[in-house]
Design a protein around this ligand. Structure first.
Ligand SMILES: NC(=O)c1ccc[n+]([C@@H]2O[C@H](COP(=O)([O-])OP(=O)(O)OC[C@H]3O[C@@H](n4cnc5c(N)ncnc54)[C@H](O)[C@@H]3O)[C@@H](O)[C@H]2O)c1
Length: 256
C-alpha cells in the first residue's frame, strides 16, 4: 500500500536530530522524497547514512538563518525530487536570557532561528507550491506560545510569533490551495529537554513527569506522527490551526 505522502517532496529544517530527524524518518516511511537542512553537518551525514531509504533523501548542511544556504539546499533537493510539496519548519533553539541583561544581538539571534527562518524557508518554497496549486506547511511552535516558564526569555515571544505567522500565511495562501498549520509540542524527549533539565534542580524532571496526565513526556516519533497527518491529504480541510501535542499538560489548572 502506498504511504500517505507517496507523491510528495517534503523539506524539513533542523532534520539532523530530535523531532526533525523523526519527521525525516516518518516522511520517508510514508513514501515521500525528503530533503533536510541542518547546521550540524556531521549529524546530518550520519542520519542520512543510517536511513534505509537514503536513495529518497537529500541532506544539505546549512543554516536556516541564511537565505543563501536555504536556496542552495532547496535547489539541490528540487533537482533530485521536483518541487517541494510539503515544508516542515522545525529548526529551533531554546533561550534562557535575562530580559534586562539581554543584548539586541542576543535577541536577534533567537528570533533569526525561531521565527524569521520559518518565513525565509516558506518564501523559498512558496513559488513552487503556488505554481502547483498544492502545498502544506507545518511550523513547529511550542506550548510556550500559550503558556511559558520563568527564565526562558524570549522563546515564548518567538513561538507566539510563529503561530501568528502561521495564521497570516494560511489566509494569504488559501486561494492557492496551500495549507499552513502550526504544531505545538509539549515536553518531548530530545536534546533541548535534556539541556533544560541540566540547567535546573535535579528534582525538576520528576516534578514535570508528575504533572503530566499520562505520567510521561512525548517522543519525537509521536510528534512526527502528527506532522505526517498535517502534511497529508487526510488534513485537507485543516489550515490556520495550532495543534497541541502535549500529553494533556496544558489542560491542567494550577493546583489540580
Ligand atoms: N523538545 C521539546 O520538548 C520541544 C517542545 C516544544 C517545541 N519544540 C520545538 O521543536 C523543534 C525541534 O526541537 P528538538 O527538541 O528536536 O531540538 P534539537 O535541538 O534536538 O533539534 C533541533 C535541530 O535544529 C537544528 N538547528 C538549530 N539551529 C539551526 C539553524 N540555524 N539552521 C539549521 N538547523 C538548525 C539543530 O542542529 C538540531 O538538529 C524546535 O523548533 C523546538 O523549539 C521542542
Amino acid at each position: 500500500m502506498a504511504g500517505r505522502l507517496h507523491d510528495q517532496h517534503i523539506l524539513v529544517t533542523g532534520g539532523s536530530r530530535g523531532i526533525g530527524a523523526a519527521i525525516v524518518e516518518k516522511a520517508l516511511a510514508e513514501g515521500a522524497n525528503v530533503s533536510f537542512i541542518d547546521i550540524e553537518a556531521q549529524a546530518g551525514d550520519a542520519l542520512l547514512a543510517a536511513l534505509p531509504a537514503k536513495d529518497r533523501c537529500h541532506f544539505g548542511a546549512g543554516s536556516v538563518t541564511s537565505a543563501a544556504d536555504i536556496a542552495r539546499v532547496h535547489d539541490q533537493g528540487v533537482k533530485r525530487f521536483g518541487p517541494v510539496t510539503g515544508l516542515v519548519n522545525n529548526a529551533g533553539r531554546n533561550s534562557y536570557a535575562d530580559p534586562v541583561a539581554m543584548t539586541e544581538q542576543d535577541w536577534d539571534d533567537v528570533f533569526a532561528v525561531d521565527l524569521k527562518a520559518a518565513w525565509l524557508v516558506a518564501r523559498e518554497v512558496l513559488p513552487g507550491m503556488i505554481a502547483a496549486k498544492r502545498g502544506s506547511i507545518v511550523n513547529i511552535a511550542s506550548i510556550h506560545a500559550d503558556m511559558t516558564y520563568p527564565g526562558f526569555f524570549p522563546y515564548a515571544a518567538a513561538k507566539s510569533g510563529l503561530v501568528g505567522l502561521t495564521r497570516s500565511l494560511a489566509l494569504d495562501m488559501g486561494k492557492h490551495q496551500i495549507r499552513v498549520n502550526a504544531l505545538s509540542p509539549g515536553y518531548t524527549e530530545t536534546f533541548l529537554v535534556t539541556e533544560f533539565f541540566a540547567k535546573n534542580d535535579p528534582s525538576l524532571r520528576q516534578k514535570v513527569l508528575d504533572v503530566h496526565p499520562m505520567g510521561r513526556m512525548g517522543t519525537p516519533a509521536e510528534i512526527a506522527n502528527c506532522v505526517a497527518f498535517l502534511l497529508s491529504d487526510e488534513a485537507s480541510f485543516v489550515t490556520g490551526a495550532n495543534w497541541r501535542a502535549d500529553g494533556g499538560l496544558s489542560a491542567r489548572f494550577a493546583g489540580s
